[in-house]
Structure formats: C-alpha cells, structure tokens
Ligand binder design. Structure first.
Ligand SMILES: [Zn+2]
Length: 216
C-alpha cells in the first residue's frame, strides 16, 4: 500500500552538453594552453616579475593592476579583485559558457574533445544525457504525486491506517511515505500535466513499468 518510487541517477546534472566534457579533457586542454598566450589575444601584456601585467579588462584603470601568473596559470586583478584561470578568462572575454570556452581552447590546441566520436555518437550521448535528466525529474514528480495522494480522498483510508499505526505527519514527511492508487491513470494524467507525454512514458520503459506495477 505504501511505496516510494526509487530515485535514479543521483547527482546527474541533466546538462546535455557536459556529455562532451570530463575532468580528463579539462586537464588536457589546460595543460596544452598557456594563459599568457591566450590573454595576449585580448590584452596588451607587459612583462612584470615572473609573469605579465596589463590594463584590467574588467574595470577602468590607467595603470595596469591585472596580473598574469604564468607559473600558476591564473590571473588576478589587484584593482577589482577578479581572478580565475584560462577557462574563466575566455568565458569572460568572449561571453561563452564553460563548455563553449573549453571547446574553443581545445580546438586551438588541436585536442579532439569528441574523443573520435562521430556527430551521431555525440548526438546519441546528448540524447541519453537528456533522457536521464527527464527520467530523474519524472521520478521526482511521481514521488510528489504519491505523497499528495495520501492527503486526498483516494488516500483517506491509507492515511487513517497510517495514523492508527502511529505515523505522525513528521514521520510521513521524513520517510516520504505516499499512497499509490491501484490504477496508474491518475499518475499518468498528473505527469501529462507536468509535460511528460505518453509516448515518452512508454519509451521510458523501465520507469513506466515501475510506476504501473500494482501497489503492494
Ligand atoms: Zn580589474
């Protein structure tokens, strides 16, 4: 009678573009890129100590307080406090997202962030990432639905039973206890309203099977 749908894909960001990127790729691009060389595309650099100085692109100034540390491969402005690495520099200067900046730097360095994957394979990785994100969201919606059912007419009997067994409102909340009606029609309608269409529910297969399984 009581159930809580399992959550899947914990920690998944659902950002399809990230399917192209992992820490190895990021490290590889950083290794192959020099922050001073990159900065020199946007700024006039002057040798200063062990690195370079320039007029800060992030605030107005007449004397350079924007410093590039070539050893640490980072920048810091002593005037406005902005600092970061080569990725944030390109993001800021060109108004790009992290993935876009990484892709641009990788291209310059001749690194294939697709790891030899074809357009099709990249597209498939994106689709899978998107589907995982949707499934996770759907399970969350289903969870909320089952919980709310406990406090509706359909769940009245179940709630009475739970109260008799000594479940307080706090316990119900803490353990995410809900009520699953015998028919999954109501859930399907609820998910439809949340933008999950039947076709998607069918293609989700495993997910829909779990939802349609009759309550124990
Ligand atoms: Zn500055």
């Amino acid at each position: 009678m009581f159930r809580r749908p399992e959550r899947t894909g914990g920690g998944w960001t659902g950002t399809g573009d990230l399917s192209l990127v992992d820490d190895t790729v990021k490290a590889q691009v950083k290794e192959a890129t020099d922050i001073a060389e990159t900065a020199s595309r946007y700024l006039r650099l002057k040798k200063s100590g062990k690195g370079y100085a320039a007029l800060c692109p992030f605030h107005r100034e007449k004397t350079p307080s924007f410093h590039i540390n070539t050893q640490g491969q980072y920048y810091h402005c002593f005037g406005c406090g902005k600092s970061g690495d080569v990725f944030s520099l390109v993001m800021e200067m060109e108004g790009l997202t992290f993935v876009e900046a990484l892709a641009a730097l990788a291209a310059r360095a001749g690194i294939d962030i697709r790891k030899g994957r074809s357009d099709e394979e990249v597209e498939q990785a994106r689709r899978i990432a998107g589907a995982k994100g949707s499934l996770y969201k759907m399970m969350g919606e289903a969870d909320a639905f089952f919980r709310s059912m406990l406090f509706r007419d359909a769940g009245a009997e179940a709630l009475k039973y739970a109260r008799k067994r000594g479940f307080t409102g706090e316990t119900l909340e803490k353990f995410g206890i809900g009520y699953a009606p015998a028919s999954w029609e109501a859930l399907r309608e609820h998910l439809n309203r949340k933008g999950v269409n039947d076709k998607w529910l069918e293609s989700a297969g495993r997910g829909s099977a779990r939802i349609s399984s009759s309550p124990s």
